[in-house]
Ligand binder design. Structure first.
Ligand code: ATP
Ligand code: MG
Length: 647
């Protein structure tokens, strides 16, 4: 047997110390020296308002944690009402930008309060109250955060399902959570055309008989089937409804009461319904948002994710609104009407913080920097990345072409389950390294261990685990307590198994190495997918790459690389040789792909993550696993054809 740990192959030497403009950052020198319990105690008391203060910081009986015990609060009150009461009613909560050009709306905190109250009172009319489970199937319209906050106001747990998911995916989430009410819209705008949602919701409801009522938000003019007795247009149902906050009090919730359920992206397996609570979650997301993104009064913040995944919940809705920030909310795709749409938005609103995913950055790389060059992006002060490991070349491209060669990039590592950012650089403290997620946030105690659970030596790769609980930690998998134990707590009892590989360097900075399920074993060496992919993306012709292993008689496993070239070009025989050579030079011959397949797209989840398990299924010529969260099923067929031709 070879090495039991993951071989760390890639070495990235570029360093970026904190720029002088961050001398007064929210997190400055000494930040990490604070006592974790004192820190979370203080943030708990000061960052959110409680109806009843908590009496105990936390209770930890592995694998179950509770935070801010005895406290009573309401997430909607913290995100909306208290800002209005404090005199910030005229501040813009979000600049909403519809996909059709010119379709815009500025929603102040006072507007938001009226909208949320009206929505909450309408929900009450159809029987929603404390403990009623509500499913929300909406695109990125203003009513999406409004509906979530209205649920939170009433103490009704919500689950938001991506506007692009199928009827089956929607029905299975509704049934799993036992939702009685569904909120949807007629159609959403997608690349200039209305994409009907209500018919998908109808199909889902035929398989989800528990839904009593369906509220339908009007977004377009398309004809929409309505079922009498069950379906209601929101604009009709809410027409004469009171929007005075005084007549719609915020339900006092226990810190440990559930706020929402969020299903994971389904990158590695069937999605899990993750339970998040009110107190610890809200404190966790607001606190990390404040420090990681260095939020000021004047910040114009844009998280360009979809609210339908955890990043949108924590860092579009609950964190930023709890902090009283002005944000941007964009409805459409980055290439409508042209590939410079994002940069037009950044310029128009003077965005100072932009938070997006490596997949989006690599897409912009593929299109080329000329689209960003059409606009003045000088307002940008800080950039963030989340969702996948960011390849160093994409990191540097982002800083150079979007960040004007000056804005720090914070690569934030976390999961649906963690609820909040757990590992990230801090812009006023950290010396940045492209490809590294920096240090654990205060109170977060990760460790990198080997097969037997023993910590590996610095520089070596292994399994990332978490030892102490954190405030926004999941409280379980809905309806499946045994899957909670099996997925996270059985491999190394007492430690939370993250499912990602990592290594720590001599400075204590973390480098994420991809999913442990995806680690490849070539001639006894365990090789991380991320490092080989980063070496490929380092080649100036490559926009994106994904690797996986196939069985090989000689080496046990051999590496297959799927590569997208910049400008979407096809690769030549020469290109194959050049790329293999490039990987050999960057990280060693061991990691050279045996096959390279050129493809215009990679299979991704709806949240933009590469699904390597499907590539593995293709490489092994096996049947495909769960594809319900795949963004575009036709990509898989295309790759299958190309892989067969390249073999
Ligand atoms: P499933 O759990 O259903 O397989 P998923 O893990 O993709 O899906 P998410 O919770 O959306 O579901 O994603 C969390 C994962 O995303 C992390 O475990 C990690 O693999 C990856 N990830 C997120 N941010 C980063 C980052 N900054 N660096 C590296 N990996 C990241
Ligand atoms: Mg996961």
């Amino acid at each position: 047997m070879g090495d039991r740990n993951i071989d760390a192959l890639l070495s990235e030497q570029r360093r970026y110390p904190p720029p002088p403009e961050f001398a007064d950052a929210n997190a400055g020198p000494g930040f990490y020296e604070q006592d974790p319990d004192a820190f979370w105690e203080r943030e708990g008391r000061e960052r959110v308002d409680w109806f009843t203060p908590f009496s105990t910081l936390r209770e930890w009986t592995p694998p179950y944690a509770k935070w801010y015990l005895g406290g009573k609060l309401n997430a909607c009150y913290n995100c909306v009402d208290r800002h209005v009461e404090a005199g910030a009613g005229d501040k813009v909560a979000f600049h909403w930008e519809g996909e059709p050009v010119g379709d815009r709306l500025a929603v102040t905190y006072a507007d938001l309060q009226r909208r949320v109250v009206r929505f909450a009172n309408t929900l009450k009319k159809i029987g929603v109250g404390r403990g009623t489970n509500v499913a929300i199937y909406l695109g990125m319209v203003p009513d999406l955060p409004v509906a979530m906050l209205a649920c939170a106001r009433l103490g009704a747990p919500h689950t938001v399902v991506f506007g692009g998911f199928s009827a089956d995916s929607l029905a299975s989430r509704i049934n799993d959570m036992g939702c009685q009410v569904l909120i949807t819209q007629d159609a959403s705008w997608r690349r200039g055309r209305p994409l009907p949602l209500k018919p998908v919701a109808d199909e889902a409801m035929t398989n989800a008989p528990g839904v009593r009522r369906c509220l339908v938000v009007r977004r377009t003019e398309v004809d929409t089937p309505m079922t009498a007795g069950r379906d209601l247009w929101y604009h009709e149902a809410s027409a004469h409804v009171d929007d005075d906050a005084a007549n719609c009090p915020c339900e006092p919730m226990d810190a440990e009461d559930p706020l929402f359920l969020m299903y994971t992206s389904g990158t590695t397996a069937k999605p899990k319904g993750i339970v998040h609570t009110t107190g610890g979650y809200l404190v966790g997301v607001a606190t990390t948002h404040h420090y990681v993104f260095d939020i000021k009064q004047s910040t114009v913040y844009w998280c360009a994710a979809d609210i339908g995944w955890i990043t949108g919940h924590s860092y579009i809705v609950y964190g930023p609104l709890c902090n009283g920030v002005t944000s941007v909310l964009y409805e459409g795709t980055p290439d409508f009407p042209d590939k410079d749409r994002w940069w037009d938005i950044v310029e128009r609103y003077g965005v100072t913080v932009l938070y997006t995913a490596p997949t989006a950055i690599r897409t912009h790389m593929k299109w080329g920097p000329e689209f960003a060059r059409r606009h003045d992006l000088s307002s940008i002060r800080l950039l963030g990345s989340v969702g996948e490991p960011i390849n160093p070349e994409a990191w540097v491209w982002y800083r150079t072409h979007i960040g004007g060669g000056r804005a720090p990039v914070v690569d934030t590592w976390w999961q649906t389950e963690t609820g909040m950012i757990l590992i990230s650089p801090l812009p006023g403290v950290s010396t940045l390294k492209p490809g590294s997620a920096g240090r654990p946030f205060i109170g977060v105690t990760p460790s990198v261990v080997d097969d037997h659970g023993y910590p590996v030596t610095p520089g070596e790769g292994g399994f990332l685990v978490l030892r102490e609980p954190w405030p926004a930690m999941l409280r379980g998998i809905h309806g499946d307590p045994s899957r909670y134990l099996a997925t996270y707590w059985s491999r190394f009892p007492g430690d939370y198994l993250v499912g990602d590989g990592a290594r720590v360097d001599d400075d204590g900075d973390y480098w994420l190495l991809g999913r442990i399920d995806d680690v490849m074993n070539v001639s006894g060496h365990r090789i991380s997918t991320v490092e080989v992919e980063s070496a490929l993306v380092d080649d100036p012709t490559v926009a994106e790459a994904a690797v996986c292993a196939r069985p090989d008689e000689l080496t046990g496993q051999a590496i297959v690389a799927y590569v997208t070239l910049k400008g979407g070009r096809d690769g030549s025989r020469q290109a194959v040789a050049t790329l293999r050579q490039h990987v050999a030079e960057k990280i060693g011959r061991l990691a050279m792909p045996a096959n390279i397949v050129f493809t215009p797209e990679l299979p991704k989840t709806r949240s933009g993550k590469i699904m390597r398990r499907l590539l593995r299924d293709i490489a092994e010529e096996g049947t495909l696993g769960d594809t319900t969260t795949l963004a575009d099923p036709s990509v898989v067929e295309e790759i299958r054809t190309r892989a067969a031709a390249a073999a």
